[in-house]
Design a protein around this ligand. Structure first.
Ligand code: FES
Ligand SMILES: [Fe+2]
Length: 429
């Protein structure tokens, strides 16, 4: 097979509207996709401000009037639970002169008062009042509330927002990725995840798409993460080798995963996915047995949790949740937290500890990846070769029983799928 990219001259992007099929090909992507400011602006419009984007989890606002600061791409969003217990996603931008109305990361508030001229908004976004109201005689207050994210929907506590009034429903967008959320929740004795451990934020000087691709790139762990695998005596490295029976999968709509279950099933040891044993977590195992019965609980505890990238910004990383937030063309924040399972305090404590060790301020795992993101961004800013090659494993790509494309553990099947979806979104009007 000839892997050299076909030579087709590409005019500078500013000189023409991008022709996406000339930038995204089945086995190659053009370097300008990571470096062109016009493309980044177009992505905001066609992806981030259109599709369903993960915002937060209902457990982050457990009580009426709780709020937490979130985002959709670079846009600041306040997620509130109003006094009717409804979840709202509000733009953090005063409709008067545009000031931010909320500066706290989280808290409890029935209303937000803009610091500039004192307009006050209820936590469902409605304007409650403004000082010296005689100046606004005849104004329609219902038109002067905080901007609301057009569509808000949640699945098993995971709250998503879309700026588009119309489009696929959240369930249609999630498609097969819904099964990953189901699988994750099954690992809780109460069937629910809680996001209560707090977030760390890591900023990298890299385009957001390098992060999305990397989350289910099973090719790099053996090299980039070799040191932490060795220090932690973790069995993870072997899951991403050419001998592994794990598969990479593209699930449609931009969602992808590394399905490690074949390897865990071969081992046939409950909790080996967490690099531990059932004996070390007696309370958790007992609760799982009570909820699901011994056989089903055993199956769940062998399979473990998913490793799934839900396009464009939610990464379920076995024991962590990552949220990807692009700020600029080459500036991206990863928000990271330890997953917590309702009814599993002993497992939760260990998940928090492992999270600190792997992706905390002194953790290797995320630091190793971050170094690669930044070096890749620097690399791709150089001009030659123009095209990046994504052909690994295309000759052995196959379809599973659900019609999804699968490749070997280290193949680039997920990345190719992500780019096909990207192209279809960017080609839309
Ligand atoms: S900018 Fe918010 S009240 Fe004036
Ligand atoms: Fe990595």
């Amino acid at each position: 097979m000839n892997h050299a990219a076909p030579v087709i001259p590409i005019a500078p992007i500013a000189a023409r509207a991008p022709i996406w099929d000339q930038l995204v090909r089945p086995e190659h992507v053009h370097g300008s996709l990571y470096t062109d400011p016009a493309i980044f602006q177009e992505e905001l419009r066609k992806i981030w401000y259109r599709t369903w984007v993960y915002v937060g989890h209902e457990s982050e606002v457990p009580k009426a009037n709780d709020f937490v600061m979130k985002s959709i791409g670079p846009e600041p969003i306040i997620m509130t639970r109003d006094r009717e217990n409804k979840i709202n996603l509000l733009h953090n931008r005063c409709p008067h002169r545009g000031n931010r109305v909320c500066m706290s990361e989280k808290g409890s508030a029935r209303s937000f008062t803009c610091p500039y001229h004192g307009w006050t908004f209820a936590n469902d976004g409605q304007l409650k009042g403004y000082p010296f109201p005689s100046g606004y005689e005849g104004a329609d207050r219902s038109e002067l509330g905080l901007g609301r994210v057009a569509r808000v929907a949640s699945y098993k506590g995971f709250v998503f927002g879309s700026f588009a009034d119309e489009g696929p429903t959240l369930l249609e967008h999630l498609g097969a990725a819904k099964d990953s959320i189901d699988l994750l929740c099954l690992n809780s004795p109460e069937g629910e995840v809680e996001i209560t451990a707090g977030f760390l934020k890591h900023k990298v000087k890299s385009n957001w798409k390098f992060l999305v691709e990397n989350e289910t790139d099973g090719y790099h762990p053996s090299f980039v993460h070799a040191s932490i695998f060795e220090v932690a005596q973790s069995g993870i490295g072997s899951l991403y080798s050419s001998d592994s029976t794990a598969v990479s999968r593209y699930m449609g709509n931009g969602h992808s995963e590394n399905d490690l279950r074949p390897e865990f099933r071969k081992r046939d040891i409950p909790m080996s996915w967490f690099n531990t044993t059932a004996e070390r977590l007696p309370a958790y195992v007992a609760s799982m047995n009570t909820t699901y019965g011994i056989d089903k609980a055993r199956e769940i505890m062998i399979d473990g949790t998913p490793h799934t990238m839900i396009f464009p910004n939610l990464f379920i990383a076995e024991i962590q949740l990552f949220v990807i937030q692009p700020l600029a063309l080459n500036e991206t924040v990863q928000h990271v937290t330890a997953l917590q399972f309702k009814g599993a305090p002993d497992l939760n404590r260990r998940m928090r500890q492992q999270t600190m060790g792997s992706v905390g301020p002194a953790g290797f795992l995320l630091a190793d990846d971050a170094e690669m993101y930044e070096r890749t961004q620097l690399g791709v800013q150089a001009s030659n070769p123009e095209w990046l090659f994504l052909g690994r494993g295309i000759h052995r790509e196959r379809t599973d029983e659900n019609g999804h494309l699968i490749g070997d553990a280290t193949d680039e099947t997920p990345s190719r799928g992500i780019w096909r979806h990207y192209r279809s979104m960017m080609e839309a009007a």
